[in-house]
Unconditional design. Structure first.
Length: 359
């Protein structure tokens, strides 16, 4: 196994569109969303561990989730858990973790991956990542994995690549924001657009250079702490300085501003598991075409529903079609799948009326 292979596993999000299961105190990456016996972060860690030394996998998360990470990933040591004392989007935390890795191993090549995605073909995934690592070892390049679109999705950003290049690893022409439906249809018709999965590969040298060139203020903030990284002094430096970082995504901070960005079209099926509807799409369906997790169901003229309870509760449904039905302790959600993007707004209304403890 390659000692220069590293991973940063992003595990700091809240996943509010999976409310009421996912909450600020216990986000979706720490839940067994698929009913497989493993949480999403556990599945992602196991996927990476097949080709990256487990001691080289760093978990990036908010400090409030430190205990959850160590409980669910017993193979991980505290030094591998990189804690954010404040929410500042993806660029600051990735730069912080990268500088820690660079100090330990300046020859490192790394993947930055979300902890809550669904990837079934793990061999295809590892092949694509190794391919990117080989490219990054020999080139000053920032590489991303793109997903071949299967329909004109308006919920993802898109990556436009050079259609005239025959090579598997293609230069990115530009990143495109989430489009409207007609624009998404046009992207697919053109044939040189991929969904942006938010999975990145690069050498530490290349990504540090990209931050230094494109985000000098952010780079200088974290560069002043290099002496303290991987020492007992690190925690105090981060507590004092991390909140000063600009709230900015890694896409905007460096990917959209760099001219050495490349993309590989993924060979594996992928789902970002961003909503209950996306989870429904990936789960096996019962004879009534309902997706069921931790429940026993009796359905009459009820189809297309996403049903989840705790402790294998019996759920009786009659005449309900295409709904999200989630039972969790003090909250019962019954919500049309067609309006699932509004769950985030509904959560805020619940917190406003009944209290923050329900979010």
């Amino acid at each position: 196994m390659q000692k220069n292979y590293y991973a940063i596993l992003m595990a700091g999000g809240v996943g509010s569109r999976f409310w009421p299961v996912s909450t600020q105190e216990f986000p979706k990456q720490f839940h067994d969303m698929l009913g497989t016996g493993e949480t999403l972060i556990q599945k992602t860690f196991q996927r990476l561990k097949h080709f990256i030394p487990k001691e080289n996998i760093y978990i990036l998360t908010n400090e409030r989730y430190n205990a959850l990470v160590l409980e669910q990933l017993p193979e991980v040591t505290q030094k591998q858990v990189v804690l954010e004392p404040a929410m500042r989007n993806t660029a600051p935390c990735i730069l912080y973790a990268t500088l820690k890795i660079q100090k330990e191993n300046p020859d490192a090549v790394m993947i930055v991956a979300p902890s809550d995605h669904w990837i079934e073909d793990e061999i295809g995934f590892s092949n694509n990542v190794r391919q990117a690592f080989d490219f990054c070892k020999n080139n000053d390049a920032l590489v991303t994995l793109g997903i071949k679109p299967t329909f004109p999705n308006t919920g993802y950003g898109y990556i436009e690549f050079d259609k005239h290049v025959e090579a598997t690893i293609k230069q990115v022409h530009q990143f495109r924001e989430k489009p409207d439906y007609e624009t998404a249809k046009d992207f697919i018709a053109k044939g040189n657009f991929l969904w942006n999965a938010g999975i990145f590969m690069w050498s530490v040298k290349s990504v540090v250079r990209a931050f230094k060139n494109n985000q000098p203020k952010l780079y200088q903030l974290f560069e002043t702490g290099i002496r303290s990284y991987n020492t007992p002094a690190e925690a105090d430096f981060i507590q004092d300085n991390y909140p000063k970082a600009e709230n900015v995504s890694v896409d905007y901070a460096i990917m959209e501003k760099s001219d050495n960005v490349f993309v590989i079209a993924a060979e594996f099926d992928w789902n970002d598991l961003g909503t209950w509807g996306s989870l429904y799409d990936k789960l096996k369906k019962d004879e009534d075409n309902n997706a069921v997790v931790n429940a026993r169901t009796l359905a009459d003229e009820a189809t297309g529903n996403m049903i989840r309870t705790k402790n294998n509760k019996i759920v009786v449904i009659d005449g309900i079609r295409d709904y999200i039905i989630v039972d969790k302790e003090e909250v019962l959600l019954i919500f049309p799948k067609s309006k699932e993007q509004d769950i985030k707004k509904t959560l805020q209304k619940v917190k406003d009326r009944f209290g923050e403890q329900y979010g």
